[in-house]
Design a protein around this ligand. Structure first.
Ligand code: TRP
Length: 373
């Protein structure tokens, strides 16, 4: 199939370590489809990880490689897309600096995820205190100058963060997160960015940066990126909460076949369906969220459950039978990809070259536009 060349796609994921089926169905599978249709750049956002976890870097490299292995396992193919590790592309850091020169701090302070993520950092720092953190931000005008101030309190009067603590936690790189993300996108002139709803505010900042660049330098070289909010499937964790490593309710991509079979048998079901022949409610049943993806006869299965025609144990066995070919394929592919780290490193070196080439083009244009010598 020939690709639609007018649209370029960029997206990234933070190196959180091994991916699970929630990540696969929620994002990665969509990337695998996109690589056939568009020119795509997919990268491990290891510099983004540093914006919050700069003091916990011991796993960052390993997590980055594991993530690339998961991508290959899921079907991303370096012949079809460019996959790389963000920090391997020095042009990103240079353009980040240049774009940072024109980005007003006010935009970054107002960014909603700045506040949310700051809260996460505080929570980690004050883990165990059940901290309910309140961040108040005030804008005051004094003699025509806007004064921004922030007050951070932990509920229950546990403690109040001092100005100094706040300043230490809220690092410069973290505030600049949206500039870095804008850089990732603009450096390849992407027009579409597949992301979740949570990233849309960041993309808005990227668009604002493009417009500001245009206003200041009268230049059209940067492209305004749009979010690509493709409908993706959400699968819950085994216990019905969001699938997440921290809840210990995941099925990993490439996990051992028998382990997955066991996990499927532990999935939460409708608690009111106690006996095999009780009628059940598929809504909110974890097994059914998976049937919806893996079972081609999903509607029929729902009707059978509601009629009390089959028990949950059988329903789980059937689900696994539908999942098994994919589970097996991923498990086998993952074993092969993870058996040769040197091969992965070699692949990434080649990919980085292509990403650097594309990045350098934009960087040269920006340097020229900003009239650097
Ligand atoms: N911020 C994104 C996340 O946390 C990751 C990311 C970094 C990204 N740079 C990007 C996504 C550029 C899309 C495009 O999920």
């Amino acid at each position: 199939m020939s690709k639609e060349e007018n649209n370029i796609i960029v997206s990234g994921m933070r190196p959180t370590g091994r991916l699970h089926l929630g990540n696969y169905h929620g994002a990665l599978k969509n990337w695998v489809d996109l690589q056939d249709k568009y020119k795509c750049y997919f990268f491990v956002a290891d510099l983004h990880a540093l914006t919050t976890a700069y003091d916990r870097t011991e796993n960052i490299a390993n997590n980055s490689y594991e993530m690339v292995i998961d991508w290959l396992t899921a079907g991303l193919d370096s012949k079809k897309c460019t996959l790389f590790i963000q920090s391997h592309i020095p042009q990103v850091s240079e353009l980040n600096l240049l774009l940072g020169m024109i980005t007003p701090v006010g935009w970054l302070l107002r960014n909603p995820s700045y506040k949310e993520q700051l809260t996460e950092i505080f929570k980690k720092k004050y883990a165990g205190q059940e901290a309910n953190i309140k961040i108040e931000r005030a804008e005051q005008r004094e003699g025509g100058v806007v004064q921004l101030s922030q007050k951070v309190t932990l509920a229950g009067g546990l403690s109040e963060l001092t100005e100094q603590e706040l300043n230490e936690l809220a690092v410069y790189g973290f505030l600049g997160y949206p500039v870095l993300m804008a850089t990732d996108i603009l450096i390849h002139k992407a027009s579409m960015v597949p992301v979740g709803q949570d990233q849309v505010a960041h993309l808005e900042i990227a668009r604002d940066i493009v417009r500001r660049f245009k206003d200041i330098y009268h230049s059209d070289i940067l492209v305004e990126p749009k979010p690509l909010l493709t409908k993706v499937s959400r699968v819950p964790g085994l216990d019905g909460r969001k699938m997440s490593k921290s809840y210990n309710n995941t099925i990993e991509l490439g996990e051992d076949v028998d382990a997955v079979r066991k996990k499927v048998m532990t999935m939460f079901t409708d608690p009111n369906k106690k006996r095999a022949n009780d009628p059940g409610n598929p809504d909110g049943c974890v097994v059914f969220s998976f049937h919806k993806i893996y079972n081609p006869d999903y509607e029929k299965r729902c009707a059978e459950c509601k009629a009390g025609a089959l028990g949950c144990v059988q329903c789980k066995k059937d689900l696994f039978a539908f999942m098994e070919p994919e589970v097996k394929e991923f498990n086998e592919k993952r074993k092969i990809f993870s058996s040769d780290r040197a091969e992965i490193e070699k692949l990434l070196q080649g990919e980085a070259k292509e990403a650097m080439r594309s990045a350098q083009v934009t960087l040269d244009e920006v340097r020229k536009t900003m009239r650097l010598a």
